[in-house]
Design a protein around this ligand. Structure first.
Ligand SMILES: *Cc1c(COP(=O)(O)O)cnc(C)c1O
Length: 229
C-alpha cells in the first residue's frame, strides 16, 4: 500500500475514533514520525498531504528540515545540551523537554534566531525507570522556571506509555490529561494557563487509547510508513 493510501485510511480511522469519543476530529493532529525513512518517502508523504513530521535525532532533523523547509518539523528525541541550538533552529515544536536546566539554553538559542520556541514538557507518568521525563511532582518547578523565559512557550505535555499493555497505556494517558487539567487550573490567570493545551501521546499501537483520553497530537511512525505494520 502507498503512503497516501495508508495515510487516508489512518486519517479516517482517527476521525471515526474521535467521533466515537465525542471529540472533534479537527482537534487531533497526526504527526508523521519519519525517523526511519529517507527523502523519497518524505516526498511521497508530502504529496499525500502530510505536512508535520517528527524526528528523534538532531542531525536527521536538521538534514530533513533543510531538504523540506516548507514542512513543519517536530523534535521528539532525547535532548543533549550541546545540540539545543541545532534543535531550536529546525523545530516548530520540541516535544521532549524534561530537564529544567535546558530551558535557559532553549531561551538563548531561540533568542539568537529571533523566534519563540514552542515546547512540550515530557512527563514520565508510568514511573518506569527506563523512561525519560519529568516526575509529575517536578512539573510545577519546570513551569515556574519557564515563566522567566520570554522566548520559550510551553504549549502542553507529552508522554510515552509502556509498550504492549493497552490498559496501562490508557491509564498513563488519562493521568497526563489529568495533569494538564490540574496545571491549567493551578496557573489560571497566568500565560501558562492560556498556552497549555497540547497533549502529545499515542503511537502506532496505542493511538486509540490516546484519542479516547484527550490526545491532541498522535505520533505515528510504523503505522504510516511500514507496509507490514
Ligand atoms: C519512534 C517514535 C514514535 C513513533 O513510534 P511508532 O510506534 O513507530 O508509531 C513516537 N514517538 C516517539 C518519541 C518515537 O521515538
Amino acid at each position: 500500500m502507498s503512503i497516501e493510501r495508508r495515510y487516508q485510511a489512518l486519517r479516517q480511522e482517527v476521525d471515526l475514533c474521535c467521533r466515537e469519543a465525542g471529540r472533534d476530529p479537527s482537534d487531533v493532529r497526526i504527526l508523521a514520525v519519519s525517523k526511519t525513512v529517507g527523502n523519497d518517502a518524505l516526498e511521497e508523504a508530502v504529496q499525500a498531504g502530510i505536512h508535520e513530521f517528527g524526528e528523534n535525532r538532531p542531525a536527521s532533523l536538521v538534514e530533513k528540515q533543510e531538504a523540506f523547509p516548507e514542512e513543519h518539523w517536530h523534535f521528539i528525541g532525547n535532548i543533549q545540551s550541546r545540540r539545543i541550538q541545532e534543535i531550536v533552529s529546525a523545530s516548530d515544536l520540541i516535544h521532549s523537554v524534561y530537564q529544567v536546566h535546558h530551558l535557559a539554553k532553549i531561551e538563548s538559542s531561540a533568542q539568537s534566531v529571533d523566534k519563540i520556541q514552542d515546547i512540550l514538557l515530557e512527563v514520565n507518568v508510568s514511573g518506569e525507570a527506563s523512561k525519560s521525563g519529568l516526575e509529575p511532582e517536578q512539573l510545577r518547578e519546570c513551569l515556574d522556571e519557564s515563566l522567566h523565559y520570554p522566548h520559550v512557550r510551553v504549549c502542553g505535555l507529552m508522554t510515552m506509555a509502556p509498550q504492549g499493555d493497552l490498559v496501562m497505556a490508557r491509564t498513563c494517558f488519562a493521568e497526563l490529561a489529568r495533569l494538564l487539567d490540574e496545571m491549567q487550573k493551578s496557573y489560571s490567570g497566568t500565560k501558562i494557563a492560556t498556552q497549555l493545551h497540547e497533549l502529545s501521546m499515542g503511537m502506532s499501537e496505542d493511538w486509540r487509547e490516546a484519542i479516547e483520553t484527550g490526545a491532541t497530537i498522535i505520533r505515528l511512525g510504523r503505522a504510516l510508513f511500514n507496509d507490514d505494520f
